[in-house]
Design a protein around this ligand. Structure first.
Ligand code: HEM
Length: 512
C-alpha cells in the first residue's frame, strides 16, 4: 500500500484516471467506474472524483461493500497521516449501539439470570456463527440452496445440532462448543443464546433451513420412540448425517390438528400410510418425517423414512427455498409398527407436549432478529442526513425508535423470565404451567416484530424495499417477520390458548 497525499489524489479526477478517498483509503476506480452498480456519473461528480468521498459513500453503501474481495482490491494506498475510523466489528464482538444488545450484554448492566459461563458461551457462539455460518446463510438465502454438508459438519463438530434440542441427557459425553460449557451445566439460557444469535443475519429462510426440522421433529422420537428406534435415528440426526422433518400440517388441517387426514391403516406388523402434508420445513431434503396420522384408534405419530411411496416437492413461499419448505406425498408407504411414537391413538399429547419448546424456540429467534432491526434503525437514523439534518432530528422518527426500543425490551424481559421458569421446572410441569404463557408470549413477540418491521420500513423508505443495499436486513425482516406469527401455531390461536388456560385455572371463589 502506498502512502499518498490529498494533493496527489486530486490529480486523478478524469474519465480514465479516477481516484477517490474513502475513510483514509485511496481507491483507483478508473477501470471500475463503468461497472459501478450506481453508474459512473456519480463517481465523476464534483466533490467525489479525486476527493474524500467518505460521507457520500456511507450515505449510500453498507460498510461491508468495501470488504468484498472484488472491491477491496481496488484500494491502492492510504492517505498520509489519515486514520481509518470505520472498521468492521471483529467477529464475535458486541455492538456499542445503545439497545443493540440485550441489557445483560451491555456494559455496566446486570442480570439475575446469566452467569460468566453464559457470557463466555455467547462470545464463542457469536464468533462461530459470524465466521462459519453467516457467509453460508447469506449465500443460501440468495440462491435458495439448502445448507451445505460442510457447514452442517462444522456445526455438529461443536454439537450445535444437539444443543439446539435443549438441555438433557442427549448432551451427555459431548464436547459442547469446544468444551466451554459442560453438558450438565447447559441450560435453557444457553439454548436461548443459540436461538437469538443464529437469527442475526437477516436471513430468515436460512434460520429455518438450519435444520429446524430436527429441532422440532426429534423430541417425539426420544420422548416416545422405542429404544431401538432411538439408538438408530438420534445419533444420525445429531451428527448431521441424516435430516429430519416434523410433518403435521396439511392443506386440510393446521391449528386444528385433530382434523388431519393422512391415514395409517394397520396390516400385520406394518402401517400403510397415505396422505399429504403441506408447509413442511426441511421437507425437501429430509430423510425422516415425524408424521401425524389418523388411525382407527385416533391420532398417532409415526416415523416415516424416505423411500418407496414418499415424494416431496418444494413449495414457493415468501422466504427463501433454503428452508426446504415442502409438499409431501405419502402414497401407500409401508412403515413398521415399531416406528410408532408413543401409544397408538395418543398422538395429540405427543404433538402437544412438543409444542412448548418449539414455540419458545421460535420466540427466541424472533427476538434475536427484532433486536438487529432496532440496531439498524438507530444507526440509519443517526447517519442519514435529510433536509440538512440527521434523520433522528425528526420527532416522528424518534417516536418510532422509542416504540421499537420499548417493544424489544419488553419481549426480551418476558422471554427471560419464562426461560428462568423453564430452567426450574420438570418437562411435565412446564407443559401444565407454561403452555398458556408461552402461547401469549409468542403472540406478543410476533406482533411486536411486525410493528417494528412496519416502523423500520418507514424509517428506511425505499431502501427497505430492495433485497440488496442499505436496507437489506429491514427488507428481509419486513417480508418474513410474519412467519413468526404462523409457524409453530398461529398467533391468534396461541393468544387464545393463553387465556383459555388461565380461565381453566381460575379459583372457584374468585368473585368480585
Ligand atoms: C470503492 C468505491 C465504491 C464501490 C466499491 C461501490 C460499490 C457499489 C455497489 C456494490 C453498489 C450496489 C449497492 C450495494 O450493494 O450497496 C453501489 C451503488 C451505488 N453507489 Fe457505489 N461504490 C463506490 C463508490 C461510490 C461513491 C464514491 C459514490 C457517490 C458519491 C457512489 C454512489 C453510488 C450510488 C448512487 C449507488 C446506488 C445506490 C442505491 O441504489 O441505493 N458509489 N456502489
Amino acid at each position: 500500500m502506498r502512502t499518498l497525499t490529498f494533493e496527489e489524489v486530486k490529480k486523478h479526477n478524469s474519465d480514465d484516471d479516477l481516484w477517490i478517498v474513502i475513510d483514509s483509503k485511496v481507491f483507483d476506480l478508473s477501470n471500475f467506474a463503468d461497472l459501478h452498480p450506481g453508474g459512473p456519473n456519480v463517481l465523476y461528480a464534483e466533490g467525489v472524483a479525486g476527493r474524500d468521498a467518505t460521507d457520500a459513500f456511507f450515505g449510500l453503501h453498507r460498510h461491508e461493500v468495501l470488504l468484498r474481495p472484488q472491491y477491496a482490491r481496488l484500494q491502492i494506498g492510504v492517505i498520509e497521516g489519515g486514520v481509518e475510523n470505520i472498521r468492521a466489528p471483529a467477529p464475535g464482538s458486541l455492538s456499542r449501539v445503545p439497545y443493540a444488545e440485550p441489557s445483560w450484554l451491555s456494559e455496566g448492566f446486570l442480570s439475575p439470570y446469566y452467569s460468566n459461563n453464559h457470557r463466555a458461551f455467547q462470545r464463542t457462539v457469536r464468533k462461530f456463527f459470524e465466521e462459519v455460518v453467516r457467509p453460508e446463510a447469506i449465500k443460501c438465502e440468495e440462491n435458495g440452496k439448502r445448507i451445505s454438508q460442510e457447514v452442517v459438519d462444522r456445526m455438529s463438530d461443536v454439537e450445535i445440532i444437539a444443543m439446539r434440542l435443549g438441555p438433557g441427557k442427549h448432551l451427555q459425553g459431548r464436547t459442547l462448543m469446544g468444551g466451554i460449557v459442560k453438558p450438565e451445566e447447559f441450560d435453557y439460557f444457553h439454548e436461548l443464546i443459540l436461538n437469538t444469535e443464529l437469527s442475526r443475519f437477516g436471513t430468515r429462510g436460512f434460520v429455518d433451513g438450519m435444520l429446524n426440522g430436527a429441532v422440532i421433529g426429534l423430541p417425539p422420537i426420544w420422548n416416545y420412540g422405542s429404544p431401538e428406534l432411538q439408538a438408530r435415528i438420534i445419533p444420525q440426526v445429531l451428527s448431521g448425517k441424516k435430516y429430519l422433518a416434523l410433518a403435521i400440517t396439511e392443506a386440510f388441517a393446521g391449528s386444528d390438528v385433530s382434523g388431519l387426514q393422512t391415514t395409517a391403516v394397520r396390516v400385520g406388523d406394518h402401517w400403510i400410510i397415505t396422505g399429504t402434508k403441506k408447509w413442511i420445513t426441511n421437507g425437501t431434503f429430509a430423510d425422516y418425517f415425524t408424521t401425524g396420522c389418523k388411525t382407527d384408534k385416533g391420532l398417532t405419530v409415526i416415523l416415516i423414512e424416505r423411500g418407496e411411496g414418499v415424494s416431496t416437492k418444494p413449495i414457493k413461499t415468501a422466504y427463501s427455498s433454503t428452508a426446504g419448505t415442502a409438499y409431501v406425498v405419502f402414497d401407500k408407504v409401508r412403515v413398521p409398527v415399531s416406528n410408532t411414537l408413543g401409544e397408538i391413538g395418543n398422538g395429540l399429547s405427543v404433538i402437544l407436549s412438543n409444542f412448548n419448546h418449539e414455540r419458545w424456540m421460535v420466540t427466541g429467534c424472533s427476538v434475536g432478529a427484532q433486536r438487529v432491526i432496532v440496531e439498524e434503525c438507530l444507526k440509519w437514523a443517526n447517519q442519514r442526513i435529510v433536509f440538512g439534518k440527521p434523520l433522528s432530528s425528526q420527532a416522528v422518527i424518534r417516536n418510532k425508535l422509542g416504540k421499537m426500543i420499548m417493544r424489544i425490551e419488553a419481549c426480551q424481559n418476558w422471554l427471560e423470565i419464562v426461560t428462568h421458569q423453564m430452567n426450574n421446572m420438570t418437562y411435565n410441569e412446564m407443559s401444565s404451567k407454561m403452555a398458556g404463557q408461552i402461547g401469549l408470549l409468542k403472540q406478543f413477540v410476533s406482533r411486536c416484530g411486525r410493528e417494528t418491521a412496519e416502523d423500520a420500513t418507514q424509517i428506511f423508505g425505499g431502501r427497505a424495499l430492495t433485497v440488496t443495499g442499505m436496507g437489506k436486513l429491514v427488507e428481509n425482516y419486513h417480508r418474513t417477520s410474519g412467519y413468526d406469527a404462523i409457524l409453530a401455531g398461529a398467533e391468534d390461536v396461541l393468544g387464545d390458548l393463553g387465556v383459555r388456560q388461565a380461565m381453566k385455572k381460575m379459583p372457584k371463589d374468585a368473585l368480585l
